[in-house]
Design a protein around this ligand. Structure first.
Ligand code: FMN
Length: 707
């Protein structure tokens, strides 16, 4: 059968630049550079891994033309002097070693140049920006808040409304940076004209209030950008590829950039000499949920319509960004909607994605689960990490090496930690037995995949990896001391889940009160019979059994569909606990037309979610359901939950069903019972400490490497 990704894998050109395929590593600030703006070995190894993984073109993250002025991240790259060239040249060389081309993204952060605020410099702006909103701050924990502001210094921002001389200076900085980029050996230059930075600030009618030659109609708002394009092209030469990144729209912004503006700007930019246009999008942020509309969309292919509109208007290639799945990428290229696909998060999750697609192994691509851990790090001024790929950002110091002596490894627990440990150990040459008590792999990830389908893709990937010839999976098997002794492994990895004890709330033992564990067991078939017997009516049990007989509980997608129609929960649901589990469950139930109230004891909800994902979930739960903070539950009645708020005022929230999403705690009983067998033992699952997907994947990876 023909490879469905052929169009994505076909060679392409941007101007004179020939690329081996249409996959572009999108620009991502990683904060892997030095505080001096220089390239580090960590950064080199990180890009080299993506070059090796097969992408046609890599782009650096934001690189500051006036470093340290105009920068935003604490460890952002600079290109403001010749002293930056040797490091950048090394970066290019590391990409070229593996057949990838390397471009640089040039930026001045304008009004959001946090380092200017911290170091007492003025922020360069087209006009003083209208006051922003910052509802998101209320969702940050105290620690996150401290990290967030640590980069801002203590003085309030001072604005410098750029005059004609400043505007000329800005262009001169870009031109000098472009010349250095060419000397460093880069294959192309991306001018960052999106995401609220200097060019976008001028392009946006919301932010640009000027009345002179740089304000008002689009030709004026685009003047700085167009003059800079012409000057840069004149400097680097007609044959040297230069393109721009543009917002297809500025969402959630009054008088923001429209698609018509974007199309017109792209046309003007083509006339000014760009060799391609890269289409992204931006959103103004208040509560924070907007951020996952743009620039990092939750919705797949969110900016494809923008790219297609731009593509119709110009004749140079169009690059599209924004959660473009490989299938949609290949189809869009074949249909002529765009020419290249920029991937960011997917290549953090799996640098080998292009090679795996080319080899016809899409099932082996480790999927991004859109948990937003990566970019949340940047928000908090920390280096990028990836929840599902423990090696991202550690390519320089961590490798999966063949084992010196292949051994027999027993992994107990078929959740994400256990499967990741098994995968890595098997890849190293060990023989692995993976034992799971229930009748399917996945553990809590199966349940997490129901609540947030993105997680389910990770489950599919991990299950596919268990096909490795070195791995033997044993389902429906309890690892008793006798069983383990008979197997006689050289090493044991215990990756069992957490314990969820019912909290001591009066009424918690009623039939309509479910612990997260009971729901999970029912829906995932982990000793589901017992649960069904205790909790379901006869009619419900019959329905449940029918589902089982039809085989639908064996398929995650089918289960998703079925749970839309039937679930053992009534119309009005109260969830006790507003952590990750409670909130994702609330999101899941709201999508199934339940009336949901979440009661959270502390003053912050969703701490375990990355900040960006938390914003979205909180927005959704607040919009469609109710979230009560500092709510102390007093008792669960037959038809209502009694609780009181921080002021001591008593409330009774009607409830047909109650879910207890509190009280998960590490459970090391199994590990303890095996400790005296004399076999080296590693404890890594939620049984050891609660770590959710990131913790499970990282600990599993480490255990596999150490085995
Ligand atoms: C950690 C991280 C850092 C990013 N930094 C930049 C950046 O420096 N410049 C930029 O234009 N976009 C940046 N982006 C946005 C990406 O280039 C991309 O447009 C966005 O993530 C959507 O693509 P995706 O769905 O493939 O992740 C960043 C994204 C991530 C995840």
């Amino acid at each position: 059968m023909a490879n469905p990704y052929t169009a994505l894998l076909a060679p392409g050109r941007i101007g004179k630049l020939e690329l081996r395929n249409r996959i572009v590593m999108a620009p991502m600030g990683s904060s892997f550079g030095g505080h001096d703006g220089k390239v580090t070995e960590r950064l080199l190894a990180y890009y080299e891994a993506r070059a090796k993984g097969g992408a046609g073109l890599l782009t650096t993250g934001v690189c500051a033309i006036a470093f340290p002025a105009g920068t935003s991240e604490p460890h952002q790259l600079g290109i403001s002097g010749d002293e930056f060239i040797p490091g950048l040249a090394q970066l290019v060389e590391r990409a070229h070693r593996h057949g990838a081309k390397m471009a640089i993204q040039l930026v001045h952060h304008g009004k959001v140049a946090a380092r200017d605020i911290a170091e007492g410099r003025e922020l360069w702006v087209p006009s003083v920006p209208p006051p922003g909103k910052a509802g998101f701050v209320a969702t940050l924990s105290h620690e996150e808040m401290a990290t967030f502001v640590s980069n801002l210094g203590s003085t309030p921002p001072r604005y410098r409304v750029m005059d004609a001389a400043d505007i000329a200076q800005m262009t001169a900085w870009f031109v000098a940076a472009a010349a250095r980029a060419k000397r460093a050996g880069f294959d192309g230059i991306e001018l960052h004209a999106a995401h609220n930075y200097i060019f976008a600030g001028f392009l946006s009618p919301h932010y640009n209030q000027r009345t002179d030659a740089w304000g008002g109609p689009l030709e004026n708002r685009a003047r700085l950008l167009l003059d800079t394009i012409r000057a840069v092209k004149a400097e680097v030469g007609a044959d040297f590829p230069v393109w721009l990144r543009l917002d297809g729209r500025e969402l959630h912004t009054e008088h923001g950039i429209t698609l018509e503006d974007a199309v017109a700007t792209a046309r003007l930019a083509e006339q000014a000499g760009v060799d391609a246009v890269h289409v992204s999008a931006y959103a103004s942020i208040d509560t924070g949920g907007e951020f996952s509309d743009a620039p990092l969309p939750q919705q797949p292919g969110a900016y494809i319509p923008f790219a297609a509109a731009v593509r119709k208007a110009i004749s140079v290639p169009v690059i599209v960004a924004g959660r473009v799945e490989p299938e949609a990428g290949a189809q869009g290229i074949a249909a002529g909607d765009f020419d290249f696909v920029a991937m960011a998060r997917k290549l953090l999750a799996d640098p080998e994605l292009p090679n795996k697609l080319a080899a016809g192994r899409p099932q082996d691509v480790r999927p991004c689960v859109y948990c937003y851990v990566c970019v949340s790090q940047i928000f908090l001024n920390k280096s990028v990490k990836c929840a599902v790929n423990a090696l991202t950002g550690h390519e320089h110091d961590t490798r999966i090496e063949p084992a010196a002596t292949p051994r027999r490894i027993l992994v107990i627990g078929g959740g994400p930690a256990g499967m990741e440990a098994a995968r890595v150990a098997a890849e190293r040459g060990h023989r692995v037995t993976l034992v799971e008590r229930s009748n399917r792999l996945g553990g809590t990830l199966f349940f997490a995949g129901l609540a947030y389908p993105e997680n389910g893709r990770l489950l599919d990937y991990l299950v596919a990896q268990m096909q490795h010839p070195n791995i033997e999976v044993k389902l429906d098997t309890t690892a008793t001391r006798e069983w383990v002794t008979a197997l006689a492994p050289d090493r044991i990895i215990v990756a069992t889940g957490a314990r969820r004890a019912a909290p001591a709330i009066p009424g918690a033992d009623q039939r309509h009160v479910w612990s997260g564990d009971e729901l999970r067991r029912l829906l995932t078939g982990d000793r589901a019979g017992e649960i069904a017997h205790a909790k379901l009516s006869l009619a419900e049990r019959a329905l449940f059994k029918a589902g089982g007989m039809l085989g639908v509980v064996d398929s995650r997608q089918a289960l998703q569909r079925m749970s839309k129609l039937w679930m053992p929960l009534g119309k009005r649901v109260v969830i006790i606990g507003g952590g990750l589990v409670g909130l994702e469950l609330a999101e899941f139930l709201l999508a199934r037309e339940r009336e949901v109230t979440v009661l959270e004891a502390s003053d912050r909800a969703g701490r375990e979610l990355s900040v960006v994902r938390r914003w979205r979930v909180l927005d959704g739960v607040r919009e469609h359901g109710k979230l009560e903070l500092q709510a102390t539950v007093d008792a669960i009645g037959k038809q209502a939950v009694d609780w009181h708020d921080a002021k001591g005022v008593a409330h009774a929230t009607p409830a047909d069903s109650v879910v207890l999403a509190v009280g998960a705690e590490p459970d090391n009983r199994l590990a303890q019972s095996l400790a005296d067998l004399g076999i080296p033992l590693d404890e890594i699952g939620d049984g050891a400490s609660l770590g959710y997907i990131e913790g499970a994947m990282h600990r599993g990876n480490r255990a596999g490497r150490m085995a």
